[in-house]
Design a protein around this ligand. Structure first.
Ligand SMILES: [Cu+2]
Length: 188
C-alpha cells in the first residue's frame, strides 16, 4: 500500500504523459477484473433463452449413495404477451424426468406430477425450488456429485425445447419440506 501511495505521489509530479500511462494501466486492470467476473457469471449462472422464455440458475444437489431420485430447481421467466407451458423434461441422468408440485394434503407435505405441465404466465415467472414446484429426475442412473454439472432439456408448448446445464450443489443444499416430501413418495 505504501509503495502504491509513493508511486502516486511520484507520478503526480512526473510529466503528464507518464501519469496518463499509469491511469491507462489501472484502467486495463479494472477491465480485466470486470471480464473475469463477467465470464465467471456466464460459467455459473447457465441462463438460457428461447423466444420470450428465459430459464436461469438451474441447480440440483448431490445425492446420497443409492438414491434413485433428485430434484431440479430453476427460474422460468416469460417476457411474452402469451402464457406458455412447460410440458416435458428429459435428461441423460435419469430414466425419466417429471414436473412436480408440492402441496400440503391432510397435514402432510406430498408431491405429485403435473399431468398438464406447468403454466408460465405472460409477463410473469415461475420459480421451481425446494418445497414447491420442481423437476424430479426419477430412476437415476448414477448418483449426482457436487460440482459435476449435468445436462437436461425442457420443452415448452410454444417456445419449444431449451437445453440447460444444472449445477450440482452439496447434499446439504436442501430444506426440510422438500426432503420430507421426497421421503414420503414411496412410489418413486
Ligand atoms: Cu418430486
Amino acid at each position: 500500500m505504501s509503495s502504491f501511495l509513493s508511486r502516486r505521489a511520484w507520478s503526480a509530479s512526473a510529466p503528464l504523459c507518464l501519469f496518463r500511462s499509469l491511469e491507462e494501466k489501472l484502467g486495463l486492470v479494472a477491465l480485466a477484473i470486470g471480464m473475469i467476473f463477467a465470464s465467471a457469471q456466464t460459467v455459473f449462472a447457465h441462463d438460457m433463452a428461447v423466444g420470450p422464455i428465459t430459464v436461469s440458475q438451474p441447480w440440483s444437489r448431490a445425492t446420497p449413495g443409492g438414491a434413485k431420485v433428485a430434484g431440479g430447481y430453476l427460474v422460468i421467466r416469460n417476457t411474452g404477451d402469451q402464457p406458455d407451458r412447460l410440458i416435458a423434461a428429459t435428461s441423460g441422468i435419469s430414466g425419466r424426468t417429471e414436473i412436480h408440485e408440492m402441496a400440503v394434503k391432510d397435514g402432510i407435505m406430498t408431491m405429485r406430477p403435473l399431468a398438464d405441465g406447468l403454466t408460465v404466465p405472460a409477463k410473469g415467472e415461475v420459480v421451481l425450488k425446494p418445497g414447491s414446484y420442481h423437476l424430479m429426475f426419477v430412476d437415476l442412473k448414477n448418483g449426482l456429485k457436487e460440482g459435476e454439472p449435468f445436462k437436461a432439456r425442457l420443452t415448452f408448448e410454444k417456445a419449444g425445447p431449451i437445453d440447460l446445464t444444472f449445477d450440482v450443489r452439496a447434499i446439504g443444499a436442501s430444506d426440510a419440506g422438500d426432503h420430507m416430501g421426497h421421503g414420503k413418495s414411496a412410489g418413486h
